[in-house]
Design a protein around this ligand. Structure first.
Ligand SMILES: NC(=O)c1ccc[n+]([C@@H]2O[C@H](COP(=O)([O-])OP(=O)(O)OC[C@H]3O[C@@H](n4cnc5c(N)ncnc54)[C@H](O)[C@@H]3O)[C@@H](O)[C@H]2O)c1
Length: 437
């Protein structure tokens, strides 16, 4: 099959410089949607593609489902005709720059599931032509760009780095973080060839303050996995320290705060009810899986996963111990879970440890309700308003996510027993009514 010969990479470079390049972002979630807005605000014509018709319809009504993307920004991009959203892949034909932001979950056997990347790769391969720059942003195991996407794009005979470019650039966005956004987080870029790196650099230079070049797509893929494995392992370390400190009757939070006064060589991480979100519990497993294919056992990753996965059980144990102190069995106790998202001030419940904890409490016969200012409903349990009467009606309240919107004064005043997994009630830990993890 012949590669359609239109404008080449040099013309694409000119179009990027003049902002005339057509940018297509595939996957309009936490990563893809903010990226679309950045490119549209920088003056590019952006098309977002998503297979989820509810999301496409919502965006086309001007409604954002991502808290970090304000509807005013969305509407302004639509009004300036800089942004459109569709459910089909036709825009790939005219695209100069294609950025892939689809999910990379685990399958049922907890192995990497790159089927979304493959599905999108097949579509890009159908339309690939000279002059296109393709960039993968989804977090994945080292080698995905070269081993999974490149063979598809080469099917029509085009040469990478000469006819089209392919690069990996990890997304490092931190949803809910008010200090750093897509534009202010340095962007790592690694191309399949040096030419690909240069082209991906040109793309991101238009929207981010700093682009960091690395020698290959594999290095870029690995750098992202190092960042997230670093967090997962350090969180596991403090989680284990929390279990140890409980045995030794030492306040782990005070220990961490004291250690954090060291001005060098220490970075504080905090214990919690377990790891959640689409990144930290999953990304290290991508790396461990790939290492295993090469006969390498990644012991830190395995151990960290085990320690972090145990934390929901530990929270349930603490609830049982607290109820026991009050002479109450778990079975039939009324429990209120505060916060079900995986971290504070976001509306994302993916992999949230709260969901596991709720299931375990229910299995043990507790009557569980929840409140979360960011989540209106869950399939498994009933939402309830946070009123003095509701708080007083509970045998225990579990603070699992420390959202800024909770009225902590009311909670400490009205709850009979609080299981505090976030050290919010640190000034009340000596009271009989607050149990920390
Ligand atoms: N959420 C984060 O904080 C974050 C941070 C850094 C990196 N990442 C990585 O970025 C990637 C995307 O994560 P996310 O949180 O934005 O996921 P998401 O689920 O919020 O969004 C992904 C979108 O892709 C769409 N999609 C799935 N298959 C598709 C297909 N074949 N064609 C078109 N659209 C398709 C889905 O409908 C969804 O809207 C993942 O690899 C993730 O690990 C996420």
């Amino acid at each position: 099959m012949q590669l359609e010969d239109r404008l080449g990479l040099l013309q694409t470079a000119e179009k990027i410089a003049s902002r005339e390049a057509k940018v297509v972002v595939i996957g309009l979630g936490y990563v893809g949607l903010p990226l679309c807005i950045e490119f549209a605000n920088a003056g590019f014509n952006v098309t977002g593609i998503d297979v989820n018709s509810t999301k496409v319809e919502s965006l086309n009504r001007g409604q954002s489902y991502i808290l970090d993307v304000k509807e005013a920004d969305l509407k302004s991009c639509f009004e300036k005709k800089k942004f459109k959203v569709v459910e089909n892949y036709n825009p790939l034909k005219e695209a100069d720059v294609i950025i892939i932001c689809v999910p990379t979950p685990l399958n049922k056997t907890r192995e990497p599931d790159v089927s979304c990347i493959i599905a999108v790769g097949e579509q890009i391969a159908r339309y690939i032509r000279k002059g296109q720059v393709v960039i993968l942003e989804s977090t994945t195991y080292p080698g995905t760009t070269e081993e999974v996407i490149l063979p598809m794009l080469k099917q029509k005979g085009g040469k990478v780095g000469e006819d089209f470019c392919l690069a990996f650039s990890p997304e490092r966005i931190d949803p809910g973080n008010r200090h750093f956004s897509t534009a202010t987080i340095p962007k790592i870029v690694g191309g399949v060839t040096p030419q690909c790196t240069e082209f991906a650099k040109k793309v991101y230079e238009s929207i981010v303050e700093k682009v960091v070049l690395v020698s290959s797509s594999r290095v870029a893929e690995m750098a992202k996995l190092l960042e997230n494995t670093f967090r997962a392992v350090n969180i596991a370390l403090v989680n284990e320290l929390a279990l140890m400190c409980a045995k030794l009757n030492i306040n782990v939070w005070e220990v961490i705060d004291a250690a954090a006064t060291k001005p060098f060589g220490f970075m504080p991480f905090y214990p919690g009810p377990g790891l959640g979100g689409h990144c930290l519990p999953i990304d290290p497993i991508y790396l461990a899986w790939k290492a295993k294919l090469h006969g390498f056992e990644s012991r830190f990753i395995e151990l960290a996963s085990q320690v972090n996965a145990y934390m929901p059980n530990y929270v349930v144990e603490r609830v049982m111990a607290g109820l026991n102190e009050k002479g109450k069995p778990m079975k039939g106790s009324k429990l209120l879970v505060l916060g079900v998202t995986y971290k504070k001030n976001v509306n994302d419940t993916r992999e949230s440890p709260a969901l596991d904890i709720i299931e375990m409490l229910k299995e043990r016969g507790a009557i569980v309700k929840f409140n979360d200012p960011y989540i209106a409903s869950l399939d498994s349990i009933q939402w309830t308003a946070l009123t003095p009467a509701t708080l007083r009606a509970q045998d225990a309240v579990l603070l699992l996510t420390d959202h800024g919107d909770f009225d902590y004064d009311a909670i400490i005043r009205d709850a009979a027993l609080i299981i505090d997994t976030r050290n919010i009630f640190k000034n009340h830990h000596s009271s009989n009514n607050v149990i920390r993890i």
